[in-house]
Design a protein around this ligand. Structure first.
Ligand code: ADP
Ligand code: ZN
Length: 735
């Protein structure tokens, strides 16, 4: 700077065509080269607009030397550099890591971290007022009030000032006319106010305090750490991680809370507001595009301090992320099975590692993977074995359906009906849980046996009697429920086989005509309607609720004292090695809805397999027995987390193409000790939306380099032609 004082500014000459690599949101193997126009100051992470074929797309300037492989004449320049913070180093390394791990094109991963151009438009300024120093011609009491407030020199909006002074806006108009106020332009207010760590801290109970201390110490120490809060429903886990959030806010850093089904958990947002005096920023797919763009931008600028979001919130570009919470960490909703197949729980650990910050996993029923890591000490184990304030867990019993069968045509055991009657008498709520939408899972003709199958999927059409439709739960195909069998033409001989929630509602209404019955299932309306219904239940506006897994998650229903599981065996039948874990988690979560406010509560599970280890573990309340058994089983079979799995689904419009391609991929596989390929076999859903699906399941050891193996298969194998598609799923949910 001293030299420039003496000799004037002297900048280095830019090479005529400096080029940089830019990741574009496309399934390309890597970044493309673009020219940097003179005077445009791009750095790695800069968000830019570039031409791509005939289109303009958003991209990110990537790291590394650009090869400059493009001929100067073909090189296209960056068109625009957006006015927003560049994606920081940690975010860029995270995107690279996710791409490499999930075997996805980096551009598709980067796309999850970017928004459309509208997000970058500066938000319009709003008009405000500031005192100019001119005196008003006469000082009425109303004017006096206004000037007393505005005299501090701060800027006000007109309506804000009128409201605060308790005067009509004409008073202010008068002052503006006289030049007492001058007009200024103000940035729009942030979407959500700043949360205050000290707003309404609860006193923690002893075990909670110990738990919070472990995490708060980690936050104070700084750096990467993983803790697993494993505590029964109602043990006060949320309060514990609220302390961790408070500590992070005190350090001036941002927080991300990942929650499954955030769109339905208004209660969570309110609870957060009660504790911190402001709502968190919300992030999920049900937000309006405009709002999403604002949340994205204000997370990047740091105006939003805490985001509560669905899995994709993991790719928000935080200005200074200091803590990640993954609540209900076991939940399958954290797995995205579309384009980039990733598990947000696992990738949250990766993001925390790269950003060198703590991550806290939270669950009443942790995944076997996380439980293994906590038992081994790789994750800090924080255990809360009892409910807060000694609220009792529900009393759980199995109903052996072989000994207490329902009456003919029904699905509810007399024992279940009796418990419901008692609950109704006490003016408390019952929940019947059945994870099956619609009236009946299968409809057939009594005369010829015809079954209604989806024309484009290998699944049966499900009757939805409320709507008078039969529907496919895979692709949404639907048609009016026919009167006559399309096969034999017989009228009115269609029979419903097995129960769905609508059919259970019918049975309940027959037995309890005076009760207020409510069916809650995701096909019964949009998010708004579901939110209202959940609130109505919490307020006690329904007596008997019949619900699918929507009701299992996180809700707090103060009057609910009976939870009945209509078919506890449903998830165990499908032969998936993860079936026991899933069933254990789902049944524990659902029964955990009961008795959260201290009322005596019960859970009844209808089962034909009362001796099954999952059933025994649930009623005994001995979760550790279940985990130990399950972990031993996984270890013996070298299944995750003791082994690794990758699923490859090959799909095509015709069956032969799909199967042939899958076979050729298998033949292209290298031979590696410890890695074996199963299949190709028809995928669990062999036909979806008219596409035939074959699956290769690749099984390796914990130490196997699965990604290198799959990359080799894809490189050596045939290129997908015609309608053929290959989807790679590292760590599949079901196997
Ligand atoms: P979990 O997240 O484990 O299901 P919660 O944090 O929701 O448990 O706590 C269960 C109930 O107990 C909630 O109603 C919560 O408000 C209350 N609670 C938990 N901890 C405290 C505390 N320290 N002070 C007051 N209320 C608490
Ligand atoms: Zn279908």
């Amino acid at each position: 700077s001293e030299l420039s004082d003496l000799f004037g500014p002297l900048s280095k000459a830019e090479p005529a065509t400096r080029t940089v690599p830019v990741l574009v949101p496309m399934p390309a193997p890597g970044p493309y080269s673009y020219g940097v126009p003179a005077g445009m100051a791009v750095v790695p992470g800069s968000i830019v607009q570039v031409p791509l074929g005939p289109r303009k797309v958003i991209g990110v300037v990537w790291d590394g030397e650009d090869g400059g492989k493009v001929e100067a004449s073909k090189l296209r320049p960056i068109e625009k550099l957006f006015d927003c913070p560049p994606l920081d180093e940690a975010m860029r390394r995270f995107i690279d890591w996710v791409a490499a791990y999930t075997l996805s094109p980096p551009g598709l991963v980067a796309r999850m971290a970017l928004r459309t151009p509208a997000a970058f438009d500066p938000e319009p300024m709003i008009e405000g007022l500031r005192v100019s120093g001119h005196e008003p011609d006469k000082l009425t009491p109303a004017r006096q009030k206004v000037l007393a407030l505005a005299g501090d020199g701060l800027s006000w909006t007109k309506s804000g000032l009128a409201h605060a002074a308790g005067v009509s806006s004409s008073v202010i108009d008068g002052l503006v006319k006289q030049g007492v106020f001058e007009t200024v332009f103000l940035p729009p207010p942030p979407l959500v106010a700043k949360p205050d760590p000290d707003y309404a801290a609860h006193r923690l109970a002893g075990p909670q305090e110990d738990a919070a201390e472990v995490i708060v110490d980690d936050i104070k120490a700084g750096g990467f750490s993983v803790s697993l809060i494993d505590g029964v429903t109602g043990s006060g886990k949320t309060e514990v991680y609220f302390e961790a959030i408070a500590e992070t806010l005190k350090q001036g850093r941002q927080v991300l809370i990942l929650l499954p089904e955030i769109a339905l958990t208004t209660a969570f947002l309110e609870r957060f507001q009660d504790r911190f005096g402001a709502k968190p920023g919300e992030w999920h797919s049900d937000l309006a595009t405009r709002t999403r763009e604002k949340v994205w931008r204000q997370t990047a600028t740091g105006d939003i301090r805490v985001v509560a979001g669905a899995r994709s919130a993991l790719f928000l570009p935080f200005e200074d992320l200091g803590l990640i919470i993954v609540d209900e960490e076991h939940d399958p909703a954290f797995k995205q099975e579309d384009r980039v197949f990733y598990n947000a729980r696992d990738m949250a650990v990766v993001r925390a590692h790269i950003a060198k910050i703590p991550v806290v996993l939270v669950s009443a029923t942790p995944s076997v993977e996380s439980q293994v890591n906590s038992y081994s000490g790789r994750y800090k184990r924080i255990h809360l074995p009892t409910r807060f304030a000694d609220a009792a867990m529900p009393d759980l019993h199995l109903i052996d359906m072989r000994r207490h069968p329902p009456e003919k045509g029904g699905f509810l055991s007399p024992l279940m009906l009796r418990a419901m009657a008692k609950t109704l008498e006490k003016k408390e709520q019952s929940l019947l849980f059945l994870n099956r939408r619609g009236y009946a899972p299968l409809t057939l003709c009594r005369v010829c046996g015809h079954r209604f199958q989806c024309p484009q999927c290998s699944s049966w059409l499900v009757e939805h009697r409320f709507r008078g439709q039969i529907q496919c739960h895979q692709c949404g195909y639907n048609e009016p429920t026919p009167q006559a069998c399309p096969e034999c033409g017989t009228l009115d001989h269609l029979v419903a086989c097995g129960p769905g929630v609508e059919r259970i509602a019918e049975e309940v209404e027959k037995h309890f005509p005076e009760a207020r019955t409510l069916v809650l299932s995701s096909d019964m309306g949009g998010v708004k309607r579901l939110r209202l219904e959940l609130e109505a239940i919490a307020k006690g506006e329904a007596d008997i609720i019949i619900g699918t897994q929507l009701v299992a998650k996180g809700h707090n229903f103060p009057l609910m004292t009976l939870v009945g599981i209509v078919d506890a065996d449903i998830g165990l039948a499908n032969g998936d090695p993860r079936a026991a874990e899933r069933t254990f988690q789902l049944l524990s979560q659902v029964t955990g809805r009961a008795g959260r406010t201290g009322l005596k509560s019960h859970g009844l599970l209808q089962t034909y397999q009362p001796q099954h280890p999952v059933m025994m573990a649930i009623v005994s309340g001995d979760a550790s027995a279940f985990y130990e058994r399950e972990i031993t089983e996984r270890e013996r079979a070298v299944l995750p987390p003791y082994g690794r799995l990758v699923s490859m689904i090959v799909s095509a419009d015709n069956r032969i193409d799909a199967e042939t391609h899958a076979r050729q991929l298998r033949m292209a596989a290298p031979s590696v000790t410890g890695i074996a390929i199963l299949g190709p076999a028809e995928a669990p859903l062999a036909l979806i939306r008219g596409r035939h699906r074959f699956r290769l399941l690749i099984h390796g050891r914990k130490t196997s380099d699965m990604q290198a193996f799959v990359r080799t298969m894809l490189e050596r194998g045939p290129k997908p032609v015609r309608s053929i598609q290959v989807q790679v799923d590292v760590d599949p949910q079901s196997f």
